[in-house]
Design a protein around this ligand. Structure first.
Ligand SMILES: Nc1ccn([C@@H]2O[C@H](COP(=O)(O)OP(=O)(O)OC[C@H](O)CO)[C@@H](O)[C@H]2O)c(=O)n1
Length: 325
């Protein structure tokens, strides 16, 4: 008997997080426990691109979940060069790459500068994000009845905002209310330990815009994948890595039917949960803390009723059924 081929996916896309490339010797995270392979991360990205290029059907796009280059580059005057290397590696694929902006983007560049680099993947015109403020959120539809929303998790933050701007002042006030430590990067003793300087959150304008997009998606029976640098569910992350007002983003998502999955980076050990509303929260393991003999990237195959993650290296295989609608 002839073997029956499984049906092909509707489309497939690549996922990768926290490359944090720098042309520097290995180091360690803040706790001194986890090794960071700064130089090798570029080779792991190149290996990911090579594997993605061989995929059949070809990938429709890639989601890069933020922290593409490490903050070390800023101190060494190497930010532009490091970014050029990362972007050149991704360009070999010749498919759109959608970038979230993370804390390490803001250690290296101002928002103004980022908007003029290849990390600005926001399309011009009608599909773009909130008009108020300077917010890197947008959405696009890769296939009929599917949508991807890119959220800006540093919209409220003191990173990337000019110190004389109202948004900076508002963010600093909130951060100081929640974090009385002298070192605002320290979560020591906090009831809400996500309120640290290296995180951020979502403005009300962005949440209102997000709500409108999801209303449209509900009305059009779309399935929505949301991505941002910071995780928004405590069961898919440690508590320090969450977005400041992650609960606000969760309540927007939970008031609609359309979201099936939230993809994030930032927490380099990765994480996953299926929440009480049937939404998959997937936090990807970071390339930067991945030994050279392994890797940390994935391909997501999208079907009518599920997404199947083919993880490589530290990222596990996972079948994510659509429980909603
Ligand atoms: N207790 C702490 C922890 C960190 N810092 C300082 O905060 C900055 C951010 O830390 P870093 O490890 O560079 O951030 P990553 O985005 O690479 O990793 C995020 C984690 O995975 C999320 O949990 C840095 O300047 C540290 O020095 C601190 O002062 N006190």
């Amino acid at each position: 008997m002839e073997a029956v081929e499984p049906p092909p996916p509707l489309f497939a896309f690549g996922v990768i997080a926290d490359i944090q490339y720098a042309d520097a010797e290995d180091g360690y995270d803040f706790s001194g426990c986890r090794r960071r392979y700064y130089r090798q991360s570029l080779q792991l990205l190149r290996d990911a691109v090579e594997a993605w290029a061989a995929e059949r059907p070809p990938l429709a796009f890639v989601l890069q979940l933020g922290d593409s280059i490490d903050g070390l580059n800023a101190r060494r005057g190497e930010a532009e060069g490091a970014l050029a290397q990362v972007l050149a590696a991704l360009e070999r694929l010749q498919v759109p790459v959608h970038h979230a902006w993370g804390n390490h983007e803001f250690y290296n560049f101002s928002r103004d500068r980022l908007a003029h680099t290849g990390l600005n993947s926001r399309p011009d015109g009608a599909m773009a994000g909130p008009t108020a403020g300077d917010c890197q959120a947008y959405h696009f539809s890769p296939a009929l009845r599917f949508r991807v929303v890119v959220l800006d998790a540093y919209d409220l933050s003191i990173l990337g905002r000019e110190p004389d701007s109202p948004r900076y002042r508002e963010s600093l006030q909130l951060l100081r209310e929640k974090n009385p430590n002298d070192n605002l990067n320290s979560p020591a003793g906090l009831k809400e330990p996500q309120f640290v300087e290296f995180n951020g959150g979502f403005s009300q304008a962005q949440l209102d815009w997000f709500n409108e997009i999801l209303k449209f998606s509900d009305e059009n029976q779309e399935k929505v994948v949301v991505m941002g640098h910071l995780p928004i569910h405590p069961d898919a992350s440690d508590r320090v890595s969450l977005a400041w007002n992650y609960e606000d983003a969760l309540s927007v998502i939970h008031s609609h039917q359309s979201v099936v999955c939230f993809l994030a980076g930032h927490q380099h050990d990765g994480g996953y949960c299926l929440d009480s509303h049937g939404i998959h929260h997937l936090t990807l393991e970071g390339v930067i803390e991945t030994p050279p003999e392994s890797n940390a990237f994935g391909t997501v195959y999208v079907y009518e009723d599920k997404m199947v993650l083919k993880g490589r290296g530290r990222i596990s295989e996972r079948v994510m059924h659509f429980w909603r609608q």
